[in-house]
Design a protein around this ligand. Structure first.
Ligand code: NAD
Length: 253
């Protein structure tokens, strides 16, 4: 039974990832930022026992190290880190360059870099030190984005932080392989999470579905299944990879 730390597990992809690990017999520390009731529901509905809930704003200095320490204390050890938390595209984080005042531009950039990149980097640091000290190996999986490759014209800081997260994963894959730690990323396209419900049911919905030749968007469970596999010992040789999870949509447009 492994200890697994999943960030941003109050809903969406993080919740599905927590479920996939728990269903496989692992114990999960679910980190959340603000949606306590949703995060409690995630933990309550996980199969198995020994799961735990951790609160942290990962954009705050020191929060990542504290989160890993709390996960280790609650689970006994952390074998797997899934970096899922992110400030993601939403109405209040939209910042197309030509239309955005400098103050808002800088505010969104700093917040996205703080949470999506620096928070994740510090979580990697703390988890890697824990794993190296234990000498047991382990896995880190980063939730990146297709936007890192296609560009995010309305959310350039988001695309940039996701590209940086992919690159961080590649560097750490090389650095941590001698310690038996595999580091991978997934790059989902559009996924039907709670955050995306409005877009999918609105006028944009059909355009988003036909981006993929499957004629639909992805599901959180499809992302979670790949994350679960990438964190398994069987996938160690995939270390350094960035897996496209976007229904061939990048080949169609
Ligand atoms: P979501 O907004 O529900 O998930 C993001 C999670 O990050 C939330 O649980 C949120 O509480 C947490 N978070 C945000 N700021 C935080 C902070 N300061 N500290 C700690 N946690 C914080 O959306 P989602 O669609 O489930 O996205 C999950 C991940 O998948 C994100 O990394 C997102 O970038 C990525 N992704 C999603 C899609 C998609 O279409 N849904 C596509 C590509 C990548």
């Amino acid at each position: 039974m492994r200890g697994v730390l999943v960030t941003g597990g109050s809903r969406g992809i993080g919740r599905a990832v927590a479920r996939a690990f728990a269903a496989g017999g692992d114990r999960v520390a679910v980190q959340y930022a603000g949606r306590r009731a949703d995060a409690e529901r995630t933990v309550r509905e996980l199969p198995g026992t020994g799961h735990t809930l951790l609160q942290a704003d990962l954009g705050e200095p020191g929060a990542a190290e504290r989160t890993v320490a709390e996960a280790v204390a609650a689970l006994g050890a952390v074998d797997v880190l899934v970096n899922n938390a992110a400030v993601a595209p939403a109405a209040d984080t939209r910042h197309p360059i030509a239309e955005t005042p400098l103050e808002h531009w800088q505010q969104v950039w700093r917040r996205m870099v703080d949470v999506n990149l620096l928070g994740a980097a510090d979580l990697c640091w703390a988890t890697a030190h824990h794993l190296v000290n234990r000498g047991t190996g382990g896995a880190i999986v980063n939730i990146g984005s297709r936007g890192a490759f296609r560009g995010e014209p309305d959310f350039p800081a988001y695309g940039a932080t996701k590209a940086a997260l992919h690159a961080l994963g590649q560097s750490l894959a090389v650095a941590l392989a001698p310690h038996g730690i595999a580091v991978t990323s997934v790059a989902p396209g559009f996924v039907a999470t709670e955050r995306q419900t409005g877009k999918l049911s609105g006028p944009e919905g059909e355009r988003l579905r036909v981006e993929s030749p499957f004629g639909r968007v992805g599901t959180p469970e499809e992302v979670a299944a790949t994350v679960h596999f990438l964190a398994s010992p069987a996938a160690a040789w995939a270390s350094g990879t960035i897996v496209d999870l976007n229904g061939a949509s990048h080949l169609r447009t």
